[in-house]
Ligand binder design. Structure first.
Ligand code: AMP
Ligand code: MN
Ligand code: MN
Length: 322
């Protein structure tokens, strides 16, 4: 019996939490957990609290059950936190973790300090959904659960192509496919499909991107006024940084969007050398070696300057090692 099964079996109430601005891995893991818990322990009182989940994930079973506003609740027996690298990223739902009788964190962020009572953190796993799969009884994974887990794996691996993808990831994806899920539709509708406006802002961000360090780094920024002009929000900017990363010759890509005056949400991606999780952690964020993020203040110039100092240092260290 896994730690999760043991804790689920004992609990009478369960609250499931993920990170703010939930992405595919977070939503997939939380809803997989929600559906699995219902099968494993049918009498269980279950809740999932997440910030608004994008409509593109509405095909997932349990989507309509997600609550997005904090409510008065009796303390839960068990709080499971998924794909959330630190307590602060639980946002306002952190109160449920604080008041729960027991807690379990399942994650794959190298920067996770292990903030729950029990922590299952595998930084080498592609996604939280991959870690979660290892905690479940395979015999209980039905199509609903498989669709959730598959969605998470697809999103965090860029459809099984980022370097975090291992042969184990592929094996799990294969087993999930074998349940009969409509994998082509999941990939197209939740990962690739973009609205016209999302495509336009992507185009504009690429047009305005700037390369530096001999074409090895690139950055682009979307200002509040651009988002207003195109009628888009932060969730419509997914994928811009991944597009920058795949430009020929690029080692490190930076994408930032304005959240407030002189405040930027920064996303970083790297290809071979730069450990972006180290840089993001330095600026109060976190993530993975090849994909990380943080929030920074100052002008665009300040932010890029601060980041590029760290990137340059790492790139020079690498050259010195060779
Ligand atoms: P993003 O660039 O937002 O797609 O995030 C890349 C990775 O870094 C994801 O795994 C995020 O969970 C993580 N991440 C992004 N922003 C933060 C942050 N402020 N603090 C901790 N982790 C973050
Ligand atoms: Mn995530
Ligand atoms: Mn993840």
């Amino acid at each position: 019996m896994t730690k999760l099964e043991e804790m689920l079996g004992r609990a009478r109430s369960l609250v499931i939490l993920g990170h703010i601005n939930p992405d595919g891995d977070c939503v997939g893991a939380c809803l997989a957990m929600y559906n699995y818990a219902g099968i494993c322990n049918p009498g269980l009182y279950r809740k999932v609290y997440l910030q608004t989940v994008p409509q593109k994930f509405s095909y997932l079973q349990g989507y309509d059950e997600v609550e997005s506003e904090v409510r008065q609740e009796e303390p839960f027996d068990l709080c499971v936190c998924l794909d959330c690298s630190n307590k602060e990223r639980l946002g306002g739902f952190q109160v449920y973790l604080e008041s729960a009788n027991s807690s379990l964190c399942i994650d794959h962020h190298v920067t996770n300090p292990g903030y729950a009572q029990e922590n299952i953190i595998w930084p080498q796993a592609s996604s939280t959904c991959e870690v979660l799969y290892g905690q479940l009884d395979e015999g209980l994974i039905n199509q609903d659960i498989a669709a959730c887990l598959y969605t998470g794996i697809i999103h965090d691996t860029g459809v099984l192509r980022f370097s975090c993808t291992s042969s184990r990831t592929m094996e799990i994806a294969g087993k999930l496919m074998a349940t009969g899920i409509d994998f082509t539709k999941i990939i197209d509708d939740s990962y690739f499909k973009k609205t016209y406006l999302q495509s336009q802002i992507l185009g504009r961000a690429l047009m305005e991107s700037v390369r530096f360090f001999d074409g090895k780094c690139i950055f682009t920024v979307v200002k509040k006024q651009d988002m207003t002009f195109y009628g888009v929000g932060p969730k419509d900017l997914d994928g811009i940084v991944d597009q920058l990363r795949t430009i020929d010759g690029i080692e490190c890509a930076i994408f930032m969007y304005e959240t407030d005056s002189h405040m930027y949400k920064v996303s970083m991606r790297s290809n071979n050398v730069v450990d972006v999780s180290r840089i993001a952690s330095y600026f109060g964020g976190g993530g993975h070696v090849r994909a990380a993020g943080c929030t920074m203040s100052g002008s665009v110039h300040d932010v890029v300057n601060n980041l590029s100092g760290h990137i340059e240092k790492q790139m020079l260290e690498e050259t010195a090692d060779v």
